[in-house]
Design a protein around this ligand. Sequence first.
Ligand code: 2AM
Length: 169
Amino acid sequence: MKRLFFALWPDQNTRQQCQQVIQSLPGQGKPVVANNLHVTLVFLGNIDQARQIAITKAANTIDIQPMRLIFNHLNFWKKPAVVCLVAEQVDPAVSNLVAQLSMSARQLGIELDDRPYKPHITLLRKAKSQVNIDFNPIHWQSNSFCLVESCSTTSGVEYRVIERWTMPD
Ligand code: 2AM
């Protein structure tokens, strides 16, 4: 079994901009390390090999559209205790992708969250309160999405891209 999720994987420049926001946050919570910053599309949970192969085949058939994201808000979500960058407007290209991946996962009997989808990048975990800082909105266009494994290591959780689907040129 692997703990898997679909995600958008920021380029280096976007990662650096997120890091700058993290560095300007008042000290609280546990910062997400630069290489782990991502936008979860669909969290799948523990998946066996047969289902991984099946969901990969389903993803192969998806027609990827350019996804434009503007992370313009910093939110504190009390229940997961995170501070995250949120894109208030959801690009239909992103919601379509989430809908297609979710449908494929459900068809394979994978149970998913029912909560409405909000693209976000978690910056701090174990956060305690809202932060109010000014920052320049982060603009990013993603032309690909990934299947990512969440791995527990002695130095903490590490997210590893195991498959990537990119829009043809
Ligand atoms: P996040 O996207 O808000 O940071 C791997 O665990 C990733 O999947 C994390 O980034 C996590 O939160 C996201 N995720 C979404 N739903 C989850 C769930 N029900 N359980 C664990 N992680 C979940």
